[in-house]
Every structure is written in C-alpha cells, then in structure tokens.
Design a protein around this ligand. Sequence first.
Ligand code: NAD
Length: 285
Amino acid sequence: MAVLLKGSEVVNAMKDKLLDSVEELRKQGIVPGLAIVRLGANPDDLSYERGIIKRCEGLGIKCSVHEFDEQITQCDLIREIGNLNNNEEVHGILIFRPLPRHIDENVVKHAISPEKDMDCLNPINVAKVFEGDTSGYAPCTPEAVVEILDHYGISVEGKKVVIIGRSLVVGRPLSMLLLKKNATVTICHTRTRNIEEVCKEAEILIAAAGKAKMVTGSFISEGQTVIDVGINVDENGKLCGDVDFDEAEKKAAYITPVPGGVGTVTTSILAKHVVQAAMKKRAKD
Ligand code: NAD
C-alpha cells in the first residue's frame, strides 16, 4: 500500500514560516491583504473562497471579497481591477476563473498588475515561469505540487516525470517548474498515443486532466509517486481525483489523496504569495 502524501502535513510545515513573516510585517504596521474578485456566485467558487478566507485569516492575512454581477461589463471590470491595483492595502489579487463569455480573458490578464497577480494570470508572470525566473508568481496549483514533492523529500532531479494535461493553469507551467528542478518531463494530452504505456514509464506521474478516475491501475507501475491534481465529482456525487485511488495505491509507493492533497496545499501557496507580495512592496517603499 502506498504512503499517503497528506496536504495537511505540508500546510502545517508552511504555517510557522508564514506566521513568522506576517508577524514581522505586523511589527512594521503592515497587514498583508488579498482581494478576491468574483463574478456571480457559483457554488464551487464560494466554497473555494471560504477555504481561502479561513486559511488566510488564520495566518493574519486580511481578505476582501469583491463580488460583481456576472453581467458586469468588461470596461467596468477593468476599472475595478485598476482600483485594486492602486489600493495600498491590497498586496495581492485573485480573480476567479473561468470568466463569463462576454469578458475577454486576454484583456483582463493584462489589466492585473504583475506585482499583485497571485495566480499567474498576467503574461509577464507566465513568461517568468517559462524563463525559470523566480521573481514573479507561478500559478498556485503547480507550485503546490512542487511544494508537496519538496516537503516529502521526493527529488525530481534526473527523474522521468509524466504530466497528464497541458493547460496553461496546471500542466504547462508545472512542466517548467519541474524542468527547472532538472526533471525529465513528458506531457500527455488528449492526442497522446499509448498513454497508459507512457504513464507507466514515469517515476513520478502527475494527473491534471480533469477526468474522474481516468488513471486506472493500468497506468501505474510499481514504486511510482502519483500526484493527483484533479478535482472531480464521481458517479455518487463524491469528490474524487483523476486517479482511481483504490487501484493506484496498490502499486504506487507514494500517492496524494483527493480531497486532502494538492488542493489543500494550493490555498497555502496563495497565502504565501500574498505574504511575499507584501514583503516585496515593503522593500520597495
Ligand atoms: P483543463 O480542462 O484546462 O485541461 C485539462 C488537460 O488535460 C488538457 O490539456 C487535456 O488535453 C488533458 N486531458 C483531458 N482529458 C484527457 C485524457 N482523457 N487523456 C489525456 N489528457 C487529457 O483543466 P485544468 O484547469 O488544467 O485542470 C485539470 C484538473 O485539475 C481539473 O480536475 C481541475 O479541477 C483540477 N484543478 C485542481 C486545482 C487544485 O488546486 N487542486 C487547481 C486547478 C485545477
């Protein structure tokens, strides 16, 4: 049976460092501030938002929620983002995606200040991830995967890592973060042939396809580390990952659960980014 890579352990390990940094800022009269921009009231967004607020406020980060009607015009949204860019109390901004169809994400992504862009929406931050420049903010979820591997001492150096999924939110930036750590990375996607065989070759297999339990036992080889980024709902309405956990854990050496794995750590990475943004601003002021 595989060893469980628990997100809560990683979160606890990050907590003390973050609390120290927040205290250091507080002594100088600075309270790190996160602005959450949400359009409409999608239940999944609301649940994610509650998790963010709980985690951030537990660390002394002030959260403000900027809820707008789903029908807000692009022009008004850009103006609101501009206001947050100029707000001295806001160190980081998170815009929930996907945006409604009438809003062009290509316009919005340029509107958010790169210094306040906590989840790598602005192309400047995206470029930094691809250049291996750590001065920006990587997307929270790929960074959470790296944090989990680091925490459990699972080195990727020289190893065969296979990622299922090539989105700009998870798969592609994750491949760059792992490449920077000298992994040998393969990305699989919907057109990949013999995907099971490719995945079996991996020493570390990361699933980010958004397809419930698609990674069955036949994708897994003995001794693999399996990281499940997927968040899906199964046939019984229960939360599940992209990996068929029961099948995978019989062969894998290490595996992340869903829930309680990558998603749990993602929120702490967001909190870390806000604290970093507050520290960078202090250094500039
Ligand atoms: P996406 O739909 O944008 O991208 C999915 C990718 O997977 C695509 O590149 C596609 O080519 C590939 N794919 C889909 N089906 C496949 C298949 N059958 N075989 C091979 N490749 C396949 O999704 P995303 O935004 O990258 O998210 C992926 C998953 O991660 C989703 O379940 C999402 O809910 C989850 N997610 C989790 C977190 C977290 O914090 N844990 C954050 C973001 C996304």
